[in-house]
Write a protein that binds this ligand. Sequence first.
Ligand code: ADP
Length: 255
Amino acid sequence: MSEPMVRFENVTKRYGSLTVLDQLDLDIQRNEKVSIIGPSGSGKTTVLRMLMTLERINEGVIWVDGEPLTHMEKNGSMVPASDRHLRRVRGKIGMVFQHFNLFPHMTSLQNCMEAPISVLGLPRAEAEQRAAELLDMVGLGDKKGHFPIQMSGGQKQRVAIARALAMRPKVMLFDEVTSALDPELVGEVLNVIRQLGAEHDLTMLMVTHQMGFAKEFSDRVCFFYGGKIAEQGPPDKLFNDPDNERTKQFLSAVL
Ligand code: ADP
């Protein structure tokens, strides 16, 4: 098998005396679609936050696209990564959050142009063209001049997806992206994610409570419990015939 796109190698994350990720090993292959499910507090969101290097891990190494994200080589040994190294490797990762996090004072087009210009140094015209194409792709071609306050939650989340894609990431992370939406708006966001998965070379990792979508969309589902993967496998197996008692309990409570 080729080198994984994402690798967690023996990763531990603690907050004080609380161990949130407990010697986690997780490989995600190129173009693989992986869903993370599990009870509240099991460490699901922490996996994504550590990939975004929003905080440092305590032990282990995270690799992205064959490079250590959390560490770098210096004089033949691995040392904690500099902020510059973190930023560079993290540039391969896009993330979409539960609460959209759009810039409120910018139109949807400007939201999608900002980082390509300021971080990648793209010329304005090129950034605008890329942003416009992505907004067309997520079905918002007629909302380019709208501000977040003028849009529904589903539309805002689709802008957030376009904004993340504008950085041309290799890996997309989705953190409960439909949890803040009214039920009738969930489908339009899931449709965009479905389309992305089908039409683009993207490795996708999503934390989700949408079991139906996880089942249909994922190549693999990981059930987290206590900062570890208690069980993982193809969705059909994990949802229909789980081996682990914790998985059975969780699924019988949520399905
Ligand atoms: P999940 O996404 O599975 O609900 P999280 O990864 O968000 O779980 O959190 C796992 C545990 O880590 C929880 O017990 C949470 O309270 C704790 N936690 C998360 N972030 C922090 C933080 N910044 N400081 C202290 N504890 C935290």
